[in-house]
Design a protein around this ligand. Sequence first.
Ligand code: 8X3
Length: 254
Amino acid sequence: MEKKTVLITGASSGIGEGCARKFAMNGHRLVLNGRNVEKLNAVKAELEEKYGAEVWLLPFDVRDRAAARAALDSLPEEWKAIDVLVNNAGLVIGVDKEHEGSLNEWDVVIDTDVKALLAMTRLVVPGMVERGRGHVINMGSIAGDYAYPGGSVYCACKAAVKALSDGLRIDLVDTPVRVTNVKPGLVETNFSVVRFRGDKAAADNVYEGLRPLTGDDVAEVVYFAASLPEHIQIAEVLVMPTNQATGTIAYRKK
Ligand code: 8X3
């Protein structure tokens, strides 16, 4: 595909970082968002050095709408025409039951996984429609297909990402702008460490006995969807490790 400008949220690690690497190695121009400036700088340095990539950093918390707007407005004119928006930033805190968890923590999860994704879409998609080109790739999850123990609010958020993706696809049906919902299963990233509030052993246990996906693996799917000819729209992809079958069923070697 021709050179595109790709905005990725949550690009300082995990799936977002994997996507940044994949687009960079294929010669695309990257606008990378994240909260951790140090990590973002490290990703930028790697992509510039290894692939000669053009990278612009936009450090802001996606939950902060004013900061998001100001950051996008601050882009130089030639970087403003975003061709691909990868709405990747997301998290979950804790594995509490719905009737026992912290509403304050869940506010953070809902604000990040649902409301910020919606806000980024609202900011970027009008320009895509105006320019007559664009692709929104939302990071959904297998969690949006099935609720599972300890996942209530996260699963609800990812179900919302599916509905927002489907709704946006409907709203854009008379435009050339494509919408894709990528739904990963078990991916080994810092995601689990955050889920278990920093307990690395509990996080590692999730991937015990099977080979999980990596951020780079999911990036293959994201890039595939983005690189197909413009008349082909991958609406949704469910991607799991070979030894995972559903949100709750995986085979683990003892
Ligand atoms: C994260 C994948 O399997 O923890 O979106 O729900 S899982």
